[in-house]
Design a protein around this ligand. Structure first.
Ligand SMILES: NC(=O)c1ccc[n+]([C@@H]2O[C@H](COP(=O)([O-])OP(=O)(O)OC[C@H]3O[C@@H](n4cnc5c(N)ncnc54)[C@H](OP(=O)(O)O)[C@@H]3O)[C@@H](O)[C@H]2O)c1
Length: 335
């Protein structure tokens, strides 16, 4: 019988997650029942939402229980199948968790179609990252040529795609990111109109400089003071595509709403929260467009690859202090 290595949730974090909140355990893999598959994990996606799943509060998914294998989106190869939907050798994606092997129901797993790109593009360009960026800009943000769009966490996985999609659609795009190197990447390599280094300059003054015609679309990933600086500068009919609020994921009590809320009334603005799960049924449509743009050289992505599942808890922290440069992935097993 094969043994499995996994990270379980050992305790709930207060504030920032710590490595001590996880436990590294060895378990025996169970026998498969009808409808089950055994999958060897290849790539694990680390996402800011992982931190929210550790709280004792149900969100868009139920809270994890203490002792459960840490939830995580991953790509793996089917090694054994007792499901008619999968055969050994298939490459699948789903909530395989922070573990070397997944043995359980095949429900909820998706067989990945072949693409003319490396497997990691399913996380860097497509999948939950690409869909969030694409539908957030096109459907939720209703972005139109000639408008001005601001993107927060612009040098991150979702933000960098959202910002480039804005450029492709003909908008003026201003990205906000932490540090000179990330800002240089946004303007020189991705072609954004401007980048604001929120760690080293006043965001409000920089928005006044870079958005002389005001802000029509905000692709919002941060919240807090950054969202307030943006709300203070929205145009009539602005759309706030509320994708994430990373500045408050480590908060241990509810965070007050924006101080500039009243400007939504004055400017007839719209805030719409959205979760990528709402768009899974349209994944094919987005993937075709994202791949086409990438192959035409208009849409770039970069990966931050961490070697070995053992590193996952420490690597997760990179998302919260900005040390990740691109989509954060763990290589769990060799392809
Ligand atoms: N709605 C959905 O379905 C959905 C799906 C996927 C992701 N998201 C959201 O999209 C956002 C980005 O996720 P991602 O996976 O693409 O991660 P990412 O942007 O690749 O990494 C997170 C980045 O957030 C920035 N950050 C962390 N703490 C911050 C703070 N207090 N203030 C400002 N910036 C901060 C850091 O960049 P800097 O170096 O620039 O500070 C860090 O690199 C998150 O809010 C996430 O929850 C939403």
């Amino acid at each position: 019988m094969k043994s499995n290595m996994a990270w379980t949730l050992a305790s709930r974090p207060l504030g920032q997650a710590e490595e001590s909140n996880f436990r590294w355990i060895e378990t025996a893999l169970p026998e498969l029942s009808d409808g089950d598959v055994l999958v060897r994990t290849l790539w694990l996606s680390l996402d800011p939402t992982n931190r929210a799943w550790m709280n004792d509060v149900d969100g868009y998914l139920p809270s994890l229980k203490l002792g459960e294998v840490m939830r995580g989106i991953a790509i793996g190869r089917v090694e054994e199948s007792r499901s008619p939907a999968f055969a050994a050798g298939d490459i699948v994606q789903g909530m395989l968790g922070w573990q070397k092997y997944y043995a359980g129901s095949a429900k909820g797993l998706t067989k990945l179609p072949p693409i003319p790109l490396p497997l990691t593009a399913h996380f860097g360009l497509l999948g939950h990252i690409g869909l969030t960026a694409y539908f957030g800009v096109v459907e939720v943000g209703q972005a139109k040529a000639g408008e001005t769009m601001v993107v927060t966490t612009a040098a991150g996985a979702v933000g960098s795609l959202a910002a480039q999609i804005g450029k492709i659609l003909g908008l003026r795009v201003v990205g906000i990111a932490g540090g000179a190197e990330k800002c240089r990447w946004l303007t020189e390599d991705l072609g954004l109109d401007a980048a604001i280094d929120y760690k080293n300059e006043d965001v409000g003054a920089a928005l006044d400089r870079e958005c002389p015609a005001g802000i029509d679309v905000d692709f919002e990933n941060v919240g807090g003071a950054m969202l307030d600086a943006i709300l203070a500068r929205i145009n009539i009919g602005a759309r706030i595509a509320l994708c994430g609020l990373i500045s408050q994921y480590n908060a241990s009590r509810p965070v007050p709403g924006p101080y500039q809320f009243a400007n939504l009334l004055v400017r007839r603005g719209r805030v719409q929260g959205f979760i990528v799960l709402d768009y899974l049924h349209r994944a094919g449509e987005a993937a075709r467009q994202l791949i086409a743009w990438h192959l035409e050289g208009k849409l770039k992505y970069r990966l931050d690859i961490v070697e070995g599942l053992e590193q996952a808890p420490a690597a997760l922290l990179k998302l919260f202090d900005g040390r990740n440069t691109g989509k954060l992935l763990v290589r769990v097993g060799e392809e």
